[in-house]
Design a protein around this ligand. Structure first.
Ligand code: ADP
Ligand code: ASP
Ligand code: MG
Length: 792
């Protein structure tokens, strides 16, 4: 014999009920079929009670909706000749229910007993419908054989009586029978319930009493998943679980199975299979006493409880005092407070435990009463209550055999900026539980899921600001490389945010790269930078990377907060790395502390590997003694382009149009751009210098830079003639202009130099950059890096 339980969604619609019929008809053994109320009906019944209790007539509408829901299903699937009979039965039940509600409404009083009776109607009605759909098969009233006693504020199943009654009742039937889940009765014959989700329990109780071959729980997901599929999209069904693992997971909020369900069948070693009614062919999850194999993953699943309140009782007077914890937990039990996590440091000066938020008040009172004397004496000096928290548990029998799980877990949390407030691991090593801020649950679940289940692929969530020349090209590159990176580097990069100077867009599910311009154009989010930053931090995604492709001071000013929130920063924008040394060092320090990256390789020499090379030399013990470089692609291009036909002003315009220059070419022409680069290289070489320390000989008169950009273009044209004259002289001497930045023994300078033929800089073409590094190791012949140094 088998017991099959179908949940609310499985019997929620006419179509699904027909699917149930198909599944039941394909069975070869006798079946006890346990049904829940039609999906959502228990909630509706409870809500209607509340409305009636509040004296709100709106309850009638709700009640009507409940009736309609059932009658509609009947209309759709019950054969004509049976419709009247069944409709009559349901109408009679609805009528009784309506009278009960009317009583509640008039008296404005709702006892536990009445609540139970009301809640029972969901399963009573659904079981009549399902029994009829299956061909008018026998329907048993669970209240006749599932018996409860009231103990510690709860209905507890009286197994001795119940088991006997089940066996007796079922002995009188054969073939298929339908039983309403969730409902029971007490010794006085009053209707009781087994708690929300309790139909699973009904099924388990029957399966155990009858020594069924299997208990099948049919629901709306493909089995017990690695995590709650509503939070973790990449969660997948777990093929096998031990009873202990399933128990831990369900107790910790994985809703797929009602926690008490496992116990009765575990004792009889009856396997549980979780299956999807809407996808009956998928194998589902098998929960059994089968030994967990050594090959299984150390962690089977993750679950979480959002409703967490942490209470800490602290006091020097607690140290070494025997019986404190006994009294504490006794007091909590007397106050009916259930504790689901306990943590006590070995110093014994504080005990922390987690309870539901709604129990906070009772817990506080109970402790203060129990320890009134100790509090008055100052032995206990602090009782703190923290809300807005969540508890996460990772579960797996193989954790016992695998060292390093806790290390990996907490390391992953730390790297993503999730602070662990309390934690507990039982000596059974089956479960590690820890408490974090409620706002971080989604992120924590995601990173844990990624690092323990999907280690195949590393996920990066990318935010881009600036979609001009560099930003757009970056997006193109990203679009082109995404699949390559996934296949060969197991790296999945998802663009989750983008901004231009006016607007921003965000989507945690990923933004289609080709849609970025259109989405930005249509976005309603104005970008004040500050709000974009806040929105990114609020999204609280794991492995977040912020990419700056602007040249903006405002964007550079966001880095510190981003890094502080464990968001990596990768920037083409030189402003931050060349700002005050104090700011530069602070950013590096914050990044180091938070374990995230602050990278700015493209600040100097565009795509040339200059900064990373210097970093590697220094890390391996070399010392940069001298550095000489042509670092402005724009200036090199301009001086290479000057000719009889192309005057200075025209060459500048060409550099701008080619995308080499900064958006404002004055930054290049004034030498500021090169100063910034020299500063960055000097700092990376180990010197703490400021921009003002760089000695600079201007080659364009300061007057040119005084006015607006328009003024600049006019002013600079007046220099054309003089530059052409000088150029001719230079040409006749066989020399060329190169704008050179130097760092020599910690002293930095930039100047327009006239270099002779034969000098390594002389032949530097177009917008190329060149850098000569003289180090302790590359001494006689400096290291040379040369190539395109500007543009996207
Ligand atoms: P039923 O109405 O069939 O009893 P429930 O709503 O009680 O179904 O349980 C199934 C739901 O549990 C799924 O739809 C899913 O959203 C949720 N759930 C939470 N955690 C998990 C998990 N780890 N695996 C599967 N489902 C889960
Ligand atoms: N109908 C009840 C509830 O919604 C029992 C169940 O579905 O398991 O809680
Ligand atoms: Mg359920």
């Amino acid at each position: 014999m088998k017991v099959l339980k179908f949940g609310g969604t499985s019997v929620g619609t006419a179509e699904n009920i027909l699917q149930v019929k198909r599944i039941v008809e394909s069975q070869t053994e006798d079946v006890v079929l346990v049904v829940s109320a039609l999906g959502g009906v228990t909630d509706m019944l409870i809500k209607t009670s509340e409305q009636a209790l509040a004296g709100d007539e709106i309850y009638l509408e709700q009640l009507n909706a409940i009736g309609e829901k059932h009658l509609e299903v009947i209309d759709q699937i019950i054969p004509e000749d049976k419709k009247e009979l069944l409709t009559g039965k349901i109408r009679q039940l609805l009528n009784d229910l309506s009278n009960i509600y009317r009583g509640v409404y008039l008296i404005e009083e709702l006892s536990q007993r009445t609540s139970n009776i009301i809640a029972s109607y969901g399963e009573r009605m659904s079981s009549y419908i399902v029994a009829m759909v299956l061909g008018d098969v026998p329907r048993l009233d669970a209240r006749k054989f599932i018996k409860t006693n009231f103990s510690y504020g709860k209905n507890v199943v009286d197994f001795e009586q119940t088991d006997a009654l089940i066996r007796k009742t079922l002995a009188e039937t054969n073939g298929l029978v339908v039983v309403p889940g969730f409902i029971a009765s007490n010794e006085k014959g009053e209707t009781t319930t087994l708690g929300r989700g309790g139909s699973d329990y009904t099924a388990a109780i029957i399966a155990a009493a009858m020594q069924a071959s299997v208990l099948e729980i049919w629901t709306d997901v493909d089995g017990f998943m690695t995590a709650d599929p509503r939070v973790i999209k990449k969660a997948y069904p777990i093929a096998k679980l031990s009873y202990a693992e399933a128990m831990e997971l369900s107790h910790f909020g994985a809703k797929v199975i009602y926690p008490p369900t496992i116990f009765p069948v575990l004792q009889k070693e009856i396997p549980i299979v979780i299956k999807n009614t809407m996808n009956a062919d998928s194998p589902g999850t098998l929960i059994s006493s089968e030994k967990v194999s050594g090959k299984d993953k150390a962690i089977k699943g993750i679950s979480s409880i959002n409703d967490t309140c942490l209470v800490t009782m602290q006091g020097i007077g607690m140290v070494g005092v025997i019986g404190i914890n006994h009294r504490l937990f006794q007091a909590l039990a007397n106050a009916n407070v259930s504790v689901f996590l306990v943590s006590q440091a070995s110093s014994e000066n504080s005990t922390t435990f987690a309870i539901k938020n709604e129990d906070a008040e009772s817990a506080d009172q109970a402790i203060r009463k129990e320890f009134a004397k100790e509090i008055a004496r100052g032995d206990i000096n602090n009782i703190t209550i923290e809300k807005e928290l969540a508890t996460i548990a990772i579960v797996g029998e193989n954790m016992k055999k695998t060292p390093g799980i806790a290390g990996k877990l907490f390391n992953t949390m730390g790297r993503n900026g999730v602070n662990v407030i309390a934690c507990a691991q039982g000596a059974s090593e089956l479960n590690i539980s820890f408490v974090i801020k409620l706002s971080s649950v989604r992120k924590a679940l995601n990173v844990i899921h990624e690092s323990f289940f999907l280690s195949e692929n590393k996920e990066l969530n990318l935010f881009l600001v600036g979609v001009g020349t560099v930003g757009s090209d970056f997006l193109k590159q990203l679009a082109k490389q995404q699949s390559e990176l996934l296949t060969n580097s197991h790296l999945r990069i998802t663009l989750v945010g983008a901004a231009n100077s006016k607007k921003y867009i965000l989507d945690r599910d990923g933004i289609e790269i080709s849609q970025v311009p259109a989405l930005l154009a249509n976005s309603e989010n104005q970008n004040t930078l500050e709000n974009f930053k806040e929105a990114i931090i609020d999204m609280n995604l794991y492995n977040s990377v912020f990419v700056d492709c602007t040249a903006s001071d405002g964007v550079a000013a966001l880095y510190k907060d981003l890094l502080d929130n464990n968001i990596h920063v990768v920037t083409a924008n030189k402003v931050a790395a060349s700002s005050s040394f104090e700011n530069y060092s602070e950013l590096k320090e914050v990044a180091r502390k938070r374990g995230v990256k602050f990278l700015f390789e493209t600040n100097v020499g565009a795509g040339l590997p200059i900064i990373s090379t210097i970093n590697s030399l220094i890390k391996s013990g070399d010392k940069i003694q001298k550095l000489e470089a042509v670092l402005s692609g724009t200036l090199n291009f301009i001086f290479n382009t000057l000719s009889e036909k192309i005057p200075l002003s025209k060459a500048i315009l060409m550099a701008k149009e080619a995308g080499y220059s900064e958006p404002d070419p004055r930054i290049d022409l004034s030498g500021i751009d090169v100063i910034r680069k020299v500063v960055i290289l000097s700092r990376e070489s180990g010197y703490s210098i400021e921009q003002s320390d760089v000695i600079m000989k201007p080659f364009i008169p300061a007057a040119c830079f005084k006015g607006s950009l328009d003024d600049f273009w006019k002013e600079v044209a007046t220099l054309d003639e003089q530059f052409e004259a000088e150029r001719k002289v230079l040409e006749s001497q066989g020399k060329r202009w190169k704008f050179v930045g130097t760092l020599d023994n910690g002293k930095a300078s930039v100047e327009l130099r006239k270099v002779d033929q034969g000098h390594p800089f002389y032949d530097l073409e177009g917008s190329n950059n060149i850098i000569l590094l003289t180090t302790e190791r590359y001494n006689e012949y400096p290291m040379m890096i040369r190539g395109y140094g500007a543009g996207a």
